[in-house]
Design a binder for this molecule. Structure first.
Ligand code: PXP
Length: 243
């Protein structure tokens, strides 16, 4: 069964917008869990624009499903991850001025910087995933680092139309095949919503989809539990991809 990890960063965005102590992050996670989410994702950004350090510690204690901590490979954040020991860390590129994560991690160009971080996290029992574009060079570099997971960046496909979208979907399909044949489990995420998910479901070998913005946006109208249920229902059409 294809799993859903719900990214709840934008519940924290709403809280930070007014500096209140609500909406409560644990309550948000509980709603996602009740609706069938099999993981909760949070991104502790260096600028702390949404998720705060205290959220990471509190959710680590209270979550009933695995925590996936998205983060940059920066010494400060790696130190927090080694202290918190989430089930999974997804290493992402991060630029301060970006609205959201732009592009995948350049694993091939940063092997020496990534290796010690991956080794120290793995030594603490943390499962490491690398957020990469569906580029053979990046997949091969990820395999050379021995990570158990990659997360293929679906943002370009999700933002595109027509032949560009078709070409990008083919890259995602090929990327998932290549990663799986290298023994790496395949997650996917970024920009996925109820309109474009049908395309994503053509990707083979999918383990987990990590989805945030569209679910939290839908929740404004139907509530978080219903928004998560709607995404899980759409994912129910997954038959292993391709075709
Ligand atoms: N996966 C990764 C690695 C991300 O950085 C993000 C955005 O934080 C997501 C998934 C979720 O993307 P979206 O909010 O567009 O669903």
């Amino acid at each position: 069964m294809l799993k859903l990890g719900v990214n709840i960063d934008h519940v924290a965005t709403l809280r930070q917008a007014r500096g209140t102590d609500y909406p409560d992050m644990t309550a948000a996670a509980r709603s996602c869990e009740a609706a069938g989410a099999e993981g909760i994702t949070i991104h502790l950004r260096e600028d702390r624009r949404h998720i705060q350090d205290a959220d990471v510690y509190t959710l680590r204690e209270r979550l009933q499903v695995p925590m996936n901590l998205e983060m940059a490979n920066s010494p400060e954040i790696v130190g927090i991850a080694l202290d918190v020991k989430p089930h999974e860390v997804c290493l992402v590129p991060e630029k301060r001025e970006e609205l959201t994560t732009e592009g995948g991690l350049d694993v091939a160009g940063q092997l020496d910087e990534l290796r010690p971080t991956i080794e120290s996290l793995a030594a603490e029992g943390v499962s490491v995933s690398l957020f990469i574009d569906p580029d053979p060079a990046q997949i091969e570099a990820s395999a050379s680092l021995g990570v158990p997971y990659v997360e293929l960046h679906t943002g370009t496909f999700c933002d595109a139309e027509g032949s560009v979208a078709e070409a990008e979907l083919n890259r995602l399909i090929e990327g998932a095949r290549l990663a799986s044949s290298a023994g790496i489990k395949v997650n996917a995420g970024h920009g996925i919503n109820l309109d474009n998910i049908a395309g994503i479901l053509h990707m083979p070998h999918l383990d987990t989809l990590n989805i945030g913005h569209s679910i939290v946006a839908h929740a404004v109208f139907v509530g978080l539990e219903n928004a998560v249920r709607a995404m899980i229902a759409a994912m129910g059409a997954y038959r292993g991809g391709e075709a």
